[in-house]
Design a protein around this ligand. Structure first.
Ligand code: FE2
Length: 189
């Protein structure tokens, strides 16, 4: 992508605490603090009528049985949606509603994924090559990364399985109270 206004990358050490297998995480980190994903974006403004778009590239890999993933977030203005368009590789978008429902959208080349308003979202590379996606969202959305941390992670983990991947329960998950879930939805501007 040319003429971007920003770029950042997340390394394994930036993702400490997200994976179930802390021994596997420590072993992998000891082997080198590798880049897990990078994002190049074009951010024209922060006005609600504008859009931010860019390209995210995720390396393939696993921590124990869990695939490499992004930190994940809900939009700070929680009613703001997002579009992801798969360009290369295979992976999925893990979606979680404020009241704890999980939905999975598989992503491959020429696949489009709609993240509706109010849904927490994280991408996961389930393949053995880079997962590359274009994204686009309203420029005033913002990101709340703490939403996942406050619940001890997302409700499910995406792990390697004979069929490619499977969901397993996250034992550390603490459901949001009905009041917290309602406030997230009532937060809409
Ligand atoms: Fe987002």
């Amino acid at each position: 992508m040319s003429n971007g206004t920003g770029r950042y990358e997340k390394r394994l050490s930036d993702l400490a605490g997200l994976y179930a297998d802390s021994a596997a995480f420590a072993a992998l980190l000891a082997d080198g603090d590798r880049v897990v994903y990078d994002v190049t974006e074009f951010r024209p403004s922060e006005n609600g009528g504008d859009v931010i778009f860019g390209v995210t590239r995720m390396n393939p890999g696993r921590v124990g049985k869990e695939f490499f993933l992004t930190r994940g977030h809900i939009h700070a203005k929680s009613d703001r949606p997002e579009i992801y368009y798969g360009q290369k590789g295979t992976g999925l978008m893990q979606l979680e509603s404020p009241d704890g429902e999980t939905r999975i959208v598989e992503i491959g080349p020429q696949t489009i994924c709609y993240v509706p308003p109010y849904w927490i979202h994280r991408s996961v590379n389930t393949g053995d090559e880079d997962l590359v996606m274009v994204f686009c969202y309203p420029a005033d959305s913002g990101q709340d990364y703490g939403i996942i941390e406050r619940s001890g992670g997302m409700r499910h983990r995406v792990v390697a399985a004979d069929a490619g991947w499977a969901l397993v329960d996250n034992d550390g998950y603490v459901p949001r109270t009905p009041e917290v879930a309602a406030a997230l939805i009532g937060d809409a501007v």
